[in-house]
Design a protein around this ligand. Structure first.
Ligand SMILES: [Zn+2]
Ligand SMILES: [Zn+2]
Length: 327
């Protein structure tokens, strides 16, 4: 197998030839057909997350087909299409796992961070954490659902049922969440980098009621806001944008420091919460709903060997929607 591997934090990925591995007990081998590129991959590569496995093969939005099955794997068959998300393994015994909060597990493994991921021609996966994808939809179109979609879905649920929803940072996750929120009958207010007219137009094309810069005030107070951008300064801005009882959800795994702000922005039962990882139940629920919602992902496709270019373009905000690598 071949992979784009991170050998040293902060350095470019390197095209690497590796021995084919056979899946062990409880594992499957997946031939990768598409793997989305996520902001979190940049955090891993930049060394912004604690204790990564290095060298590591990044990538946690994997769509592929099972080409080998290890012992004691149930309910999956050779050739079946599966999706592999960020949550790669949980201990199933810690207090969090015991209360169905496996997203908070004390001893988890994460795909493309603490176990090898999908910037490769093949990957070994703990079979219990793969999702069956069926045959509806193209591989490249489905890949962004595996993280941007799943984390977006969890964030949307945690944002509550309010009708007026703000989305700060209109990238891969927000472009999916906007479609889900519209389907649920909510109004979407999209906040982009100030002056980013192209992304504001993109947000309106996906049904946003209003789109403007993060420095602008929305035309009416919002019920909730989700922050996908990695900018801590957006937290007080989002608090300003929500009305009484409004909730601000921080959806990213990493954020720059949040500046201090006057207590009156939090007063009147406004809340700030974070969303961490996903549970398998989130994935099953979201992937069941996705075809019904009719989510259309906007993707920019790169050959696997061009992973460094895809990452650079993501960092520079050069495309709308999501980048997807194809081996
Ligand atoms: Zn656990
Ligand atoms: Zn991700």
């Amino acid at each position: 197998m071949q992979a784009m591997m991170l050998k040293r934090l902060g350095s470019p990925l390197e095209w690497t030839q590796l021995a084919d591995r056979h899946p062990g007990q409880g594992e499957i081998r997946v031939k990768v057909d598409a793997c989305g590129v996520c902001r979190t991959d940049l955090h891993v590569i930049d060394g912004e997350l604690p204790d990564p496995k290095v060298p590591i093969i990044p990538g946690h939005e994997i769509v592929g087909r099972i080409d080998a099955i290890g012992a004691e794997v149930e309910g999956l068959r050779l050739g079946e299409r599966v999706g592999v998300p960020w949550l790669g393994h949980t201990c199933r015994v810690c207090p969090y796992c015991a209360r169905q909060e496996e997203n908070l597990c004390d001893r988890p493994l994460f795909t493309g961070y603490t176990r090898d991921g999908g910037f490769a021609t093949a990957t070994i996966v703990d079979a219990r954490y793969a999702f069956r994808l069926g045959e509806v939809g193209a591989d490249v179109a489905l890949a962004p659902l595996l993280c941007a979609g799943l984390i977006g879905w969890r964030s949307l649920v945690i944002a509550g049922k309010g009708k007026k929803l703000g989305l700060f940072g209109f990238g891969a996750a927000a472009h999916i969440v906007a479609q889900v929120a519209r389907w649920q009958g909510r109004s979407v207010f999209a906040f982009t980098r100030p002056g980013d007219a192209a992304t504001q137009t993109f947000a309106r094309s996906l049904g946003a009621t209003w789109a403007g810069g993060s420095d602008e005030t929305p035309p009416e107070p919002l019920d909730a806001a989700i922050i996908f951008a990695t900018v801590g300064a957006l937290v007080p801005l989002a608090l300003k944008a929500v009305g009484k009882g409004g909730r601000v959800v921080c959806a990213g795994i990493h954020m720059s420091d949040i500046p201090s702000f006057p207590y009156r922005l939090l007063w009147e039962e406004r809340q700030v919460v974070s969303v961490a990882n996903l549970t398998r139940a989130d994935g099953v629920e979201f992937l069941r709903l996705a075809p019904e919602i009719g989510i259309v992902t906007q993707t920019t496709r790169y050959p696997l060997t061009e992973a460094n270019q895809a990452l650079a373009d993501l960092r520079a905000g050069k495309f709308e929607g999501a980048a997807v690598l194809v081996p």
